[in-house]
Design a protein around this ligand. Structure first.
Ligand SMILES: Nc1ncnc2c1ncn2[C@@H]1O[C@H](COP(=O)(O)OP(=O)(O)OP(=O)(O)O)[C@@H](O)[C@H]1O
Ligand SMILES: [Mg+2]
Length: 300
């Protein structure tokens, strides 16, 4: 299964966590997929979008986060299994009962410092590889919410996941974030890297002429492989970040044109995933295609 996707842009505040949330909930509610969200950001943004603050604090206090798992396996070399850190039925949408999350914690930053100090990058990558190998078989889709910047853990996800998607705003700094990411991807190609499933234009202001120019620039650069669907700047998506303790319908959470945009993006996401997966299984003609991190050949 090629179903592990890192959501990444080195620029902060472009909507990575919001897109992870919306994709996970739409994949579950509209398409009946089981979706695991791996929260790899010390800010625990997507975790806080999927449960009440008190539930999140309790999980953090009880040592039930991705940090506790990684500390046990990588630093302490003690037994721990990722499945014991999965929280089920986390969405506040009544029809999205197949969304799961491994929550995060602020201590993630300290964990990464230890990994760097003790030069345990290889151990970390091995554990990440093991986790992804197993979750691939257990869930239909796995979304990894990465923090901005390029941390040691983010690098492991990017080298071990099947694909990455990159939400971006149509502005100068967000485009620079994509460019830094592209250069990073070009370094050490022998170490493997997730394949680009596409950039997602988020917070689109349809009436802004500057936005239009940046969107044209993004779409003109083939490397970006931009999704056709664009996500508008809307209060609906801003409000979606606030978890409701009372369950609501999908249409109550994602109404109107913002909801339509999210549904259209999710459909395109599934179509791309299916097409790229097929491309990995069908060998291209000699002389075409490139190697992915799994040693398979792809035409993309
Ligand atoms: N399409 C949108 N319309 C309006 N607001 C949005 C939209 N997408 C995201 N936001 C808002 O923008 C802010 C940043 O979003 P989000 O936290 O998802 O970005 P991020 O890239 O994950 O940030 P970070 O880099 O800090 O992890 C949040 O307040 C979110 O509610
Ligand atoms: Mg985020």
């Amino acid at each position: 299964m090629n179903n592990t996707i890192a959501v990444m842009n080195t620029k902060g505040g472009v909507g990575k966590s919001t897109i992870v949330l919306a994709l996970a909930e739409t994949l579950s509610a509209d398409h009946g997929k089981s979706v695991l969200v791996l929260d790899s950001d010390a800010q625990a943004t997507v975790s806080s979008m999927l449960m009440t603050v008190s539930d999140l604090f309790k999980l953090q206090r009880d040592g039930r986060t991705i940090v506790d798992f990684l500390v046990a396996r990588v630093l302490r070399k003690t037994p721990a299994h990722w499945s014991d850190f999965v929280v089920r039925d986390v969405s506040d949408i009544d029809d999205a009962g197949s969304v799961f999350v491994v929550p995060s914690d602020m201590q993630l930053t300290l964990f990464e410092r230890e990994v760097s100090k003790e030069s345990m990058h290889t151990d970390l990558r091995e554990i990440i590889s093991e986790v992804l190998t197993e979750v691939r078989k257990e869930f239909d889709i796995v979304l990894i919410d990465c923090p901005p910047g390029l941390s040691v853990l983010t690098e492991c996800w990017l080298r071990e996941a099947d694909f990455h998607i990159s939400p971006t705003k149509a502005d100068y700094v967000s485009i620079c974030g994509l460019e830094v990411f592209r250069r990073f991807k070009g370094l050490n190609p022998e170490m493997g890297f997730a394949q680009n499933l596409g950039a997602i234009i988020n917070m689109r202001e349809t009436t802004s002429t500057t936005d239009r120019e940046y969107v044209r620039w993004l779409r003109d650069h083939e490397d970006n492989h931009c999704f056709e669907s664009e996500i508008p700047r809307s209060n609906t998506l801003q409000d979606a970040a606030r978890f409701h303790p009372e369950k609501r319908s999908f249409y109550a959470k994602y109404p109107g044109y913002a909801g339509e945009a999210i549904r259209s993006l999710t459909k395109e996401f599934l179509e791309r995933l299916a097409a790229e997966t097929l491309a990995r299984t069908v060998p291209p003609l000699p002389g075409t295609g490139s190697k992915t991190n799994q040693g398979q050949t792809t035409a993309a």
